[in-house]
Design a protein around this ligand. Structure first.
Ligand SMILES: NC(=O)c1ccc[n+]([C@@H]2O[C@H](COP(=O)([O-])OP(=O)(O)OC[C@H]3O[C@@H](n4cnc5c(N)ncnc54)[C@H](OP(=O)(O)O)[C@@H]3O)[C@@H](O)[C@H]2O)c1
Length: 250
């Protein structure tokens, strides 16, 4: 297994019954407008941001930081079969914001015309070996390490979050809880093969911050690396807020 060299934060907005989207994939917007700046500050305080192709297809996000004086992170899309549309927002803006799509080596060879089209639009297309959930996370993290990326923000969706948590790649979780009940829908986190509560992953609460009607809960995951707290302060005051609320738990 490859050495992990990046601190990994996962964040998502969920209903109080643990859904990040309805059964039709509708997730806009679970969180309220007050937590939007917070979400953008998280983007801006990481060197890279990552989503799975499912989220590109469902939401067509830009993944940029829209706060003033904020640098957008390098965007990574995990897409084994190179399904990313040429007209997707991420593709259209790849000439302005660093963007990498990672596909499987066999796809790269099979879809070389699509690869060249995407490259001509400014995207970098890289390859990583296939794994049980799409691409092998170890191979993907090797790419990040090769780029010298030290902090990664994972913004979804459900399958990507699940696979990274299952493989113990996540150091920090920030769950934005919205006072909304959805019922059936996309679970924030899917199958982890936990049969007994003794095997459940127990997170360490770090802070609790209100944003309008939402609550952002920051948690440290036990399998995370010791040095994962090395995140840049984005100057938004959120880091200070975390430190203050942390005392509530001590
Ligand atoms: N509420 C929120 O905060 C929030 C945030 C983001 C997304 N969402 C919602 O989540 C839903 C999409 O979730 P999703 O689970 O369908 O899509 P996803 O996690 O964004 O993408 C999953 C796809 O990524 C590819 N992939 C490649 N390597 C992977 C790996 N190691 N692990 C997991 N996936 C990998 C796989 O497709 P290939 O095999 O083709 O590569 C996989 O099917 C949408 O409805 C979206 O609105 C909600």
């Amino acid at each position: 297994m490859s050495e992990r060299t990046t601190g990994v934060t996962v964040s998502y907005a969920q209903s109080i019954d643990g859904r990040i989207a309805t059964t039709t994939g509708d997730s806009r917007w679970i969180s309220g407008p007050e937590s939007l700046d917070f979400a953008h500050s998280l983007r801006g305080s990481h060197e890279a941001i990552m989503i799975g192709i499912g989220t590109v297809i469902a939401d067509d996000p830009l993944l940029t930081c829209r706060l003033p004086e904020c640098q957008s992170p390098h965007r990574f899309v995990l897409d084994s079969n190179l399904q990313i549309p040429s007209g997707a927002n991420i593709t259209r803006t790849a000439d302005r914001v660093a963007t990498t799509v990672v596909c499987a080596p066999d796809t790269f060879e099979r879809c070389i015309e699509h690869v060249r089209r995407l490259e001509s639009m400014g995207l970098r297309v890289e390859t990583a070996d296939r794994g049980p959930d799409g691409l092998d996370p170890c191979a993907v993290f090797d790419l990040l390490a090769r780029d010298g990326i030290a902090s990664l923000f994972v913004e979804g969706g459900s399958r990507l979050i699940t696979s990274l948590i299952r493989e113990h790649f996540v150091d920090r979780l920030i769950v934005v809880l919205s006072p909304m009940i959805i019922g059936n829908g996309y679970n924030a986190i899917g199958e982890l093969d936990v049969q007994s509560l003794a095997d459940a992953i127990r997170a360490e609460p770090v802070s609790l911050t209100s944003y309008g009607r939402d609550i952002a809960w920051e948690l440290r995951l036990p399998a995370g690396r010791e040095d994962a707290g090395d995140f840049r302060d984005d100057g938004s005051g959120n880091a200070l807020e975390f430190a203050r609320t942390k005392q509530q738990y001590e």
